[in-house]
Design a binder for this molecule. Structure first.
Ligand code: ARG
Length: 458
């Protein structure tokens, strides 16, 4: 009855049409075609080398698979829902073309280990691309840091002016985050790059296969060590989704800052017109759509991690069809993260900063109050007393509607006898920034050194 199905032997009734659609994954797993074909070529080559199938069959299989690859890439391969997934679409077509040789391809293999292999190959390829996209964004950050090396801006805590910092220092904060993201991706790759084929359906295979050879052909650094785990493990995909969630959290924070900095209230930066859109009603608007969308898309990447964690949480060993639900969240995460990184790299490179606006804001809000306290400490005051004295000076300024740098020496001395003439030089914006010289601080010299370090490491 189920003559068109590769597994039709034990069935007497055809699959319900809706069930066929419901269970099929071809509409989304067809993007694994390249990996599926690569995997099958390696598997067939190994089967031939081990004398499990005749050499002439291997040649026919390899040639047939290459033809199928070409026809998929040319866009004239007819994917069929009744053949369920990419694995059976390709295998069925191969057998149609080359007959019995094609039907020998699946010897010593199951779709369970086959799909595990395909996803690992796919993710490995994508991780390499993502690494490149992260590099590009890091490059844009370095570009902005170098272009605006000594531009000063207010640093914030609680979104309130805290201390002056260099804009370049702020850019390098994101560089640190992205470096860690890159590290997490590279670490994840170690667990992705393990070869599962040979697990069969779950227990291994009775054929004298050579798994290490398949791993070598496909560039894997190791083979999996337990057949049950090989077909039921999706940790590598989860790890990837977790690393992507953290990365998106970083991009989302950056987005939030860019949105804020683009407001007419802040006006610290201006995003290039090509990354913004207008309003259909308010003619004055230039909306930061790109950072807003990146911030919004963070939600779907978190959601994908949750989906996959939840799909996996109660699955008994080994394979269960639930696991077919791994692909859409994984693919969506890959597409989203790549898109966000790509658009961010260009947007950051092209944004323009307004040094005058930033400097003005950096000097407001008593941003050098800590420097005054540190000054008193250098003059011998215990830090807590200094803090108290400067707090009083700040209150005096608030009451008299002035900033700290407008106080006269006589006024300063109302708060501590330790104030002398050198207080004025100690609390300029530049002095404040450049005094923060310890490793990791915002002093110009330090930031320059960190830029050099980042450049060297690339
Ligand atoms: N399309 C399936 C998936 O994505 C392939 C593995 C199917 N194996 C099975 N025994 N039904 O998970």
């Amino acid at each position: 009855m189920s003559k068109d199905k590769l597994w039709g032997g034990r069935f007497t009734q055809p699959t319900d049409k809706f069930v066929e659609e419901f269970t099929a994954s071809i509409n989304f797993d067809k993007r694994l075609y390249h990996q599926d074909i690569r995997g099958s070529i390696a598997h067939a080559t190994m089967l031939g080398r081990q004398g499990i199938i005749p050499q002439e069959d291997v040649e026919a299989i390899v040639a047939g698979l290459k033809e199928i690859l070409a026809s998929i890439e040319a866009g004239n391969f007819d994917f069929s829902v009744s053949l369920e997934d990419i694995h059976m679409n390709i295998e069925a077509r191969l057998s149609e073309r080359i007959g019995d040789a094609g039907k020998r391809l699946h010897t010593g293999r199951s779709r369970n280990d086959q799909v595990a292999l395909d996803i690992r190959l796919y993710l490995r390829d994508e991780l390499e691309e993502i690494d490149g996209y992260i590099e590009r964004l890091i490059d844009s950050l370095l570009f902005q840091a170098e272009e605006n090396l000594s531009v000063v801006m207010p640093g914030f805590t609680h979104l309130q002016t805290a201390q002056p910092i260099l804009f370049s220092h702020h850019m390098l904060a994101y560089l640190e985050m992205l470096k860690r993201d890159q590290g997490r991706m590279r670490d994840c790759l170690k667990r992705v790059n393990v070869m599962p084929l040979g697990a069969g359906a779950l227990a291994g295979t009775t054929f004298p296969i050579d798994r290490e050879y398949v791993a070598e052909l496909l560039g894997f650094s190791e083979v999996t060590r337990n057949s049950l785990d090989s077909v039921s493990d999706r940790d590598f995909a989860l790890e990837f989704c977790a690393a992507c969630s953290i990365l998106m959290m970083h991009l989302s924070r950056f987005s939030e800052e860019l949105i804020l900095w683009s407001t007419s209230e802040f006006k610290f930066v201006e995003l290039s017109d090509s990354f913004c859109t207008g309003s259909s009603i308010m003619p004055q608007k230039k909306n930061p759509d790109v950072p807003e969308l990146v911030r919004g898309k963070t939600g779907r990447v978190y959601g994908n991690l949750m989906s996959l964690l939840t799909v996996m949480k109660s699955l008994p060993l080994a394979y269960n069809k639930d696991m077919q639900e791994d692909k859409e969240p994984l693919f969506d995460t890959i597409d989203t993260v790549k898109g966000c990184l790509k658009v961010f790299a260009d947007m950051v490179r092209e944004m323009r900063v307004d040094p005058a606006r930033m400097l003005k804001a950096a000097g407001a809000g008593f941003s050098t109050a800590t420097d005054v306290a540190d000054y008193l400490v250098r003059k011998g005051a215990p830090f807590r007393d200094a803090h108290e004295a400067v707090g009083k000076a700040v209150r005096y300024c608030i009451e008299n509607e002035m900033e700290l740098d407008e106080l006269t020496l006589t006024e300063w001395q109302l708060f501590s006898y330790r104030f002398e003439d050198d207080i004025f030089a100690a609390i300029t914006i530049d002095a404040s920034v450049n005094a923060r010289l310890a490793t990791g601080g915002t002093a110009l010299e330090r930031v320059q050194a960190e830029i050099a370090r980042a450049r060297e490491g690339r």
